[in-house]
Design a protein around this ligand. Sequence first.
Ligand code: FES
Length: 103
Amino acid sequence: MKNKPHLVKLKKDKNYAWCECSESKNQPFCDGSHSKLKQKFDTIVDALVEKNLISNAFELQRLIEQSDKNPVLFKAEKDVEVSLCGCKKSDNVPFCSGEHVNI
Ligand code: FES
């Protein structure tokens, strides 16, 4: 994740998936990594229940917040260059709303 927009060229009528979970290695687009978060979440919860691992509380909170996020699907209406959000805090996802300046 970076705290500034990604300037990308979109192709008319092409479908895109903007990453909302921050785990994709192909930012700002989805690479399917969000599906691995639920599995990791379940593993950590099992360990916490079994061993009472308080030190994983921060990681657990992050996974809770991220595990229910899915990519934002959108379609380009025309060939266009746009700024897609990289900070994941935009008020107008998948596009940059300028919110990154407040981070
Ligand atoms: S990068 Fe601009 S609002 Fe996220």
